[in-house]
Ligand binder design. Structure first.
Ligand code: PAF
Length: 282
């Protein structure tokens, strides 16, 4: 039975004891509104570790002033049922007061990797992410932590943070889970209108189009970006915020594609802002 823990002290004591008994701990940090993408990470963690802990905490530090903090979907009972279905052992579900008893005096800065793409569109977002993930790592102290490739920039930043801060934690990157029609699973898909939901799979199609141009030998980023944008404009009513090509995981803008890169996009529909990406090359 999945157990919900709300106190930092209890969580720390528990994982401490479990580790002293020789157990390995897998950790999946989330903000709840669990979908198949999260469940895949949890299932991988239960396969690879003795004990799996997930966190459900909507972290105010990573939301901008005009973002969806207040309306972000929260349903702990439904989430607990889903976590139970993939044999998660513990859900760490602290209150805001428990995590931030006062406004944090010291915040972690994500630095250069956060100045591009999502970081440029959402100032302060990744500082909020690295601050909370540091805290969660210190509370749970897992052996492995699982992050989705859908948030590829977040994954690159967390990997760098673990390296820079010497966290003794192995980061496991988990593939994007998509609906049958190609739409990447996301807690924010519920904000799409019926019509937008029909259009949204075209985001992945636009990335596939760019990928096939790459496979046919095109290496000029601008050409791939232009075709991707054109496709999205023709097939959706969304407003394109970003279509860009960066090296991965260094996150340096690429004019000519060389080595491993990712094509990243962000498109704003009436209420939902969707992101997607594809990593290509090696
Ligand atoms: O990816 C998320 O859901 C969040 O950014 C995370 C890693 C749980 C930190 O709040």
């Amino acid at each position: 039975m999945t157990k919900i823990i709300t106190s930092i002290k209890e969580m720390r004591q528990l994982t401490n004891e479990l580790q002293l008994q020789g157990n390995t701990i897998g950790f999946v940090p989330t903000m709840g509104a669990l979908h198949d993408g999260h469940l895949k990470m949890m299932a991988q963690s239960t396969d690879e570790n003795d004990v799996t802990v997930i966190s459900i905490f909507v972290n105010p530090l990573q939301f901008g002033p005009n973002e969806d903090l207040a309306s972000y979907p929260r349903d702990i009972d439904a989430d607990a049922t889903k976590a139970q279905s993939v044999n998660v052992d513990y859900i760490f579900h602290p209150s805001e007061k428990e995590m931030y008893p006062q406004n944090p005096t010291i915040e972690v800065k994500a630095g250069r990797l956060a100045t591009v793409l999502e970081g440029a569109e959402r100032p302060g977002h990744f500082d909020g992410v690295v601050t909370i993930v540091n805290k969660l790592f210190n509370v749970v102290r897992p052996n492995k932590a699982y992050f989705g490739k859908k948030d590829a920039q977040q994954l690159a930043i967390i990997e760098k943070m673990v390296d820079d801060f010497n966290h003794p934690i192995k980061i496991i990157a988990v593939d994007i889970v998509r609906e049958e029609d190609g739409l990447a699973k996301s807690s924010r898909n519920i904000y799409l209108t019926e019509q937008e939901r029909l259009e949204a799979p075209h985001l992945f199609q636009s990335l596939r189009l760019a990928q096939s141009m790459y496979e046919q030998g095109e290496r000029e980023s601008e050409k791939l970006i232009e075709k991707t944008r054109e496709y999205i404009e023709q097939h959706t009513s969304g407003n394109i915020e970003t279509v860009a090509i960066y090296s991965y995981p260094q996150l340096i803008k690429q004019e000519q594609i060389n080595g491993k890169i990712f094509i990243s996009l962000a498109v704003k529909f009436s209420k939902a802002r969707l992101i997607d990406n594809i990593i290509i090359g090696n």
